[in-house]
Design a protein around this ligand. Structure first.
Ligand SMILES: C[S@@+](CC[C@H](N)C(=O)[O-])C[C@H]1O[C@@H](n2cnc3c(N)ncnc32)[C@H](O)[C@@H]1O
Length: 196
């Protein structure tokens, strides 16, 4: 159960991120966190689907990872979260420790495509995609492989960056066996169910 104190602490971390991002122009330094309602959605989807093997592409300072890790803890699962920048993952490690969620998360500092290329068949129950949007079409064949039957994939920024997301969305919609819909939550969430 998410206590009022935990929710308030998560909100403080998000506010701190918003203030940080408003004060810096350098993209690599910005946190670019999901919105709190997106966190709620991720927690609800992961918790209710009893996802135990959760993959996140784009850790940043771990704000979204915390929501996934809370669901993983309830489900006796694990989050594997990928980021290409070591400094971002250092920040995430500190936040996970602060929320006592380090045991629920494996931090992997790598290029997402390189990691996905070696990831095994049916190894994920839920994937959260929040990194370099123009690269997503190259991820899709690997994502299809790692998603287990009935698994979910959530992609952030479907409405905030529709042009960058369009090639990926078009490919997903053209792939048989997947049911996808965009929901007006936060920056727009494309939720894909592997229905095969
Ligand atoms: C939008 S931020 C993630 C925000 C995070 N999900 C949150 O809500 O707290 C995107 C992250 O993707 C990472 N990233 C960009 N390209 C990547 C790649 N090719 N492989 C892995 N991570 C990448 C960036 O370093 C950045 O930290």
């Amino acid at each position: 159960m998410l206590s009022p104190k935990l929710l308030a602490d998560l909100h403080s971390l998000w506010l701190e991120g918003e203030q940080h991002d408003a004060a810096t122009q350098e993209r690599r330094e910005r946190r670019l966190n999901i919105t709190p309602d997106t966190g709620h959605l991720l927690y609800q989807l992961a918790r209710s689907s009893q996802a135990r093997r959760i993959v996140e592409i784009g850790t940043s300072n771990g704000y979204s990872t915390l929501w996934l890790a809370l669901a993983a803890r309830a489900n006796q699962g694990l989050v594997q979260t990928l980021d290409i920048l070591a400094e971002k993952q250092r920040q995430a490690a500190a936040n996970l420790a602060r929320f006592d969620l380090s045991k629920q998360v494996e931090l992997i500092c790598t290029d997402a495509l390189a990691w996905l290329t070696d990831a095994p068949l049916y190894s994920a129950d839920l994937v959260f995609l929040d990194a370099e949007r123009t690269l997503y079409p190259a991820y899709w064949p690997h994502l299809q492989r790692i998603l287990s039957p009935g698994a979910l994939l959530v992609m952030d920024n479907a409405q905030s960056h529709p042009d960058e997301c369009r090639p990926f969305v078009t490919e997903v919609l053209a792939t048989p066996g997947y049911l996808a819909e965009t929901y007006a939550i936060g920056k727009g969430q494309l939720v894909i169910l592997k229905d095969c």
